[in-house]
Design a protein. Structure first.
Length: 139
């Protein structure tokens, strides 16, 4: 039953990314080009994600998921090195390619070889992050 709900949730998420234009690299890069041919429509996508998530955090307080386990804890609001470095790397990839992890996976079936290359580089970066983090001093 959990797998069925996971599949349905993933299909809805991927469909939403496609319908909203998040899998269209030109649209995403147009959103990021604030001094050029700016496309503000993705602001509605962000609002459509942040508002329901804020409501979900409030709604899940003191509750348990229907299918077992626990809801994730709220992230710590502290700004640290991991958050800053991760945000910079995420932003560089998003700005250069016009994809982030969710849309890159959602567009693998039709995005062409560039999307596959991006996902391979993303996975390599995820695998390299843990050993690289151990080598950096903790601050």
């Amino acid at each position: 039953m959990r797998n069925l709900f996971a599949f349905i949730s993933g299909a809805l998420f991927g469909g939403g990314l496609f319908i909203s234009g998040m899998t269209d690299t030109a649209k995403v890069q147009g959103w990021l080009d604030v001094f050029g041919d700016w496309d503000p429509t993705l602001a509605f996508v962000m609002g459509g994600a942040m508002i329901p998530m804020a409501i979900a955090w409030w709604f899940t307080q003191g509750r348990k998921p229907a299918l077992g386990g626990d809801f994730p804890e709220r992230p710590e609001p502290r700004i640290g090195r991991n958050l800053v470095v991760g945000s910079v790397l995420f932003g560089m990839g998003w700005g250069l390619v016009g994809l982030c992890p969710g849309p890159s996976l959602a567009s693998l079936t039709y995005g062409g070889p560039g999307h596959w290359l991006f996902v391979a580089a993303m996975i390599a970066g995820m695998l390299a992050a843990v050993p690289l983090r151990r080598m950096l001093p903790a601050t």
